[in-house]
Design a binder for this molecule. Structure first.
Ligand SMILES: *Cc1c(COP(=O)(O)O)cnc(C)c1O
Length: 392
């Protein structure tokens, strides 16, 4: 499989742009310009400077000695938790705010579930002095009050989505409606490798800085830019897309994607999309979607808000279909146990999402000579209320 989709945005049979007629002009404008903008030398210089001085890149590739000893192999952690705002999401929002600027957009909209992408979007809008409107399910606004406060402090307007289940999918519908009503002055910053073409490819390219750095850093540390394994959690799939990107066309590197099994894959409370889903269209692209027999999207469950999504991006559907990546699932309890293990062995409290990637270490077998990279997508501060319920 190739790391980029074809002209129409397909990774094998997944991808494309399944959108209402009225969105065509916006999506077409983006499709015709994103690669040109990203190749422009002034753009490249500005993004490099912001990633370094504002977001704090390059993030360390940390040799986790005690964690490695506990698994009998060599494990490195890619420290996206050390990025400004505490996760990899800022890599994408910095890229997209610069694209929006180049396209002359004055108004930014975004959808958010737990609020992490909303905060990363509000952050770059403050940085650039652009108007920011974030759609969020009213139920999520209650559950994630601190992130709502963060967005407001950063100057964003947070609009509750009150239809349906009052969660992420309803917020996404509201954001799409807004974009249709503001076709010329507004850019929609999507938060993962999902949505109509060119979003999955554009977001993957912005996140690919993760694997570009891993290659450079491994070369310096080990003399070989290629690890044997790269492990990352998958919600929509943007941190995994970034961590895998420069290794997709390197067949010697095993790619491991970890989904949330919730209370158990067949418990009815899960977000293990590749295990439970079928091909379908969700949020503008064809992918694998958790759905009922008559095609209704089912409500997912995960202890981690960032993995609580009933689909995956089309790149990941392609990686699954071709067998290029191995897909595993970790339950809520396995993820929490892995988070406590990392905290105790390395003094790092991971985000609950990242803890799913760590949980996969137990499900794999490694040789002592292997070089394993785990993408630590975010930090655990935001999850302390959940972790506290496990502390006696
Ligand atoms: C949002 C989030 C995720 C899930 O999103 P992807 O697009 O799958 O990366 C994972 N980890 C953290 C810390 C997040 O905030």
């Amino acid at each position: 499989m190739k790391k980029n989709p074809d002209q129409q945005g397909y990774y094998g049979s997944f991808g494309g742009a399944y959108i209402p007629e009225m969105l065509h002009p916006n999506v077409l404008e983006l499709r015709e310009n994103y690669l040109l903008i990203m190749q422009d030398p002034a753009f490249r210089e500005e993004i490099a400077q912001l990633l370094s001085d504002y977001a704090g890149r390059a993030t360390p590739l940390y040799y986790a000695k005690r964690l490695s000893e506990s698994f009998g192999t060599t494990i490195y952690l890619k420290r996206e938790d050390l990025c400004h705002t505490g996760a990899h999401k800022i890599n994408n929002t910095i890229g997209q705010i610069l694209v929006a600027e180049k396209l002359g957009k004055k108004r930014i909209i975004a959808e958010t579930g737990a609020g992490q992408h909303g905060v990363a979007t509000a952050t770059v809008c403050a940085l650039k002095g652009l108007e920011c409107i974030v759609y969020m399910g009213s139920k999520d606004m209650e559950r994630q009050a601190p992130n709502v406060a963060r967005m407001k402090m950063l100057g964003a307007t947070v609009i509750p989505a009150t239809s349906g289940s009052k969660t992420l999918k309803d917020a996404t519908n509201e954001a799409i409606r807004d974009w249709i009503n503001h076709p010329s002055d507004t850019h929609y910053i999507i938060g993962s490798v999902v949505g109509p073409h060119p979003y999955p490819d554009m977001v993957a390219r912005f996140q690919s800085v993760i694997s570009a750095e891993i290659k450079d850093q491994l070369l310096v540390k080990t003399g070989n830019p290629l690890p044997t394994h790269v492990i990352a959690c998958v919600g929509g799939g943007s941190n995994a897309a970034g961590a895998f990107y420069h290794f997709i066309e390197e067949p010697g590197v095993e790619l491991v994607a970890v989904e949330a099994a919730g209370l158990g894959i067949s418990s009815g409370y899960s977000a293990a999309t590749t295990q439970l889903g079928k091909p379908g269209v969700l949020h503008g692209s064809k992918s694998i979607v958790m759905q009922t027999a008559d095609g209704q999207v089912t409500e997912p469950h995960s202890i981690s808000a960032g993995l609580d999504y009933p689909g995956i991006g089309p790149m990941h559907a392609g990686l699954f279909e071709t067998g290029r990546a191995k897909f595993l699932a970790a339950t809520d309890d396995e993820a929490v146990a892995a988070a406590f293990h990392l905290a105790a062995t390395e003094g790092i409290i991971p985000a609950l999402e990242s803890a799913h990637a760590l949980a996969a270490l137990k499900q794999l077998e490694f040789a002592p000579t292997d070089t394993v990279v785990v993408c630590l997508s975010g930090r655990g501060d935001k999850d302390m209320a959940t972790y506290m319920t496990y502390i006696k």
